[in-house]
Design a binder for this molecule. Structure first.
Ligand SMILES: Nc1ncnc2c1ncn2[C@@H]1O[C@H](COP(=O)(O)OP(=O)(O)O)[C@@H](O)[C@H]1O
Ligand SMILES: O=C(O)C1=C[C@@H](OP(=O)(O)O)[C@@H](O)[C@H](O)C1
Ligand SMILES: [Mg+2]
Length: 190
C-alpha cells in the first residue's frame, strides 16, 4: 500500500484515471467491503462514488429491509436492476452494488458490458464478523448468518467469478483493499 500523498502514488493515480472510460463496479458478498472500500477508492482516484443500495432506498423512500419485508426479494431485484442501469448512465466513477445484484443475469450483463467489474472476494470468517456489526441485511436475519453466508458463497461464486477482475478483500485498513483494486485494474488494462 502506498500513501496517496506520495509522488509515485499520485502519478499512478493520474495514469490510471486518464485511462478509465467506464465506471468501476464493485461486486461480492455482504461484508466484503464494497460500500466502504468503494468510497475510499473514489477518494484516492478523486472520482464520484455511489452506493446502489443507497440509491434504491432513496428511490423507494424505504430502507432495504422494509422493501424485502413489504414487497419481497423479486421486487427488490427488479428495482435494483433499474437503479443500477440508471447509475451506469450517470457517469459515476465508482459504483458499489449490493451483494445479490451481480447474480441477476440482466444486471450482470449490463455491468459486464458497460463497466469494469471488480469482485472483492473475502473469506467466510471475515464476512461473518463484519456483517455481524449491523442488523441491516434482511437475508441474514432468517437463520444462522454463518450458514447463510456459506451457502451464498457457494451459490454465488460462479457468478462473481465472471467479473473482469478479482481482488482479495484484505484484512487491515480499507485503503489496502482499495490499492489492491487499483493494482488489479492496472494489470487488467495492460
Ligand atoms: N478492508 C476492510 N478493513 C476493515 N473493515 C472493513 C473492510 N472492509 C469492510 N470493512 C467493514 O466491514 C463492514 C461491512 O463493510 P461494507 O463496506 O458495508 O461491505 P459490503 O458493502 O460489501 O456489504 C463495515 O463495518 C466496514 O467498515
Ligand atoms: O447479498 C444480497 O443479496 C444483499 C446485499 C446487501 O448489500 P451489501 O452486499 O452491501 O451488504 C443488500 O443489497 C441486500 O441486503 C441484499
Ligand atoms: Mg454495501
Amino acid at each position: 500500500m502506498e500513501p496517496v500523498s506520495s509522488l509515485a502514488a499520485k502519478s499512478r493515480v493520474a495514469a490510471l484515471t486518464a485511462r478509465l472510460d467506464r465506471p468501476i463496479v464493485l461486486v461480492g458478498l455482504m461484508g466484503a467491503g464494497k460500500s466502504t472500500v468503494g468510497r475510499r477508492l473514489a477518494t484516492i482516484l478523486k472520482c464520484s462514488f455511489i452506493d446502489a443500495d443507497d440509491a434504491i432506498e432513496e428511490a423507494a423512500r424505504l430502507p432495504i429491509a422494509e422493501i424485502f419485508s413489504e414487497f419481497g426479494e423479486a421486487y427488490f431485484r427488479d428495482g435494483e436492476r433499474r437503479v443500477i442501469a440508471r447509475l451506469m448512465e450517470e457517469n459515476h466513477g465508482i459504483i458499489a452494488t449490493g451483494g445479490g445484484a451481480f447474480i441477476n443475469a440482466e444486471t450482470r450483463a449490463l455491468i459486464l458490458e458497460g463497466a469494469i467489474a471488480v469482485w472483492i472476494d473475502c473469506d467466510l470468517a471475515t464476512l461473518v464478523e463484519r456483517t455481524g456489526r449491523r442488523d441491516n441485511r434482511p437475508l441474514l436475519r432468517d437463520g444462522d448468518p454463518e450458514a447463510i453466508l456459506s451457502r451464498l458463497m457457494k451459490e454465488r461464486a460462479p457468478y462473481y467469478a465472471q467479473a473482469h477482475i478479482r481482488v482479495e478483500g484484505q484484512r487491515g485498513p480499507h485503503t489496502r483493499t482499495a490499492w489492491a483494486i487499483i493494482e488489479g485494474i492496472e494489470q487488467w488494462l495492460t
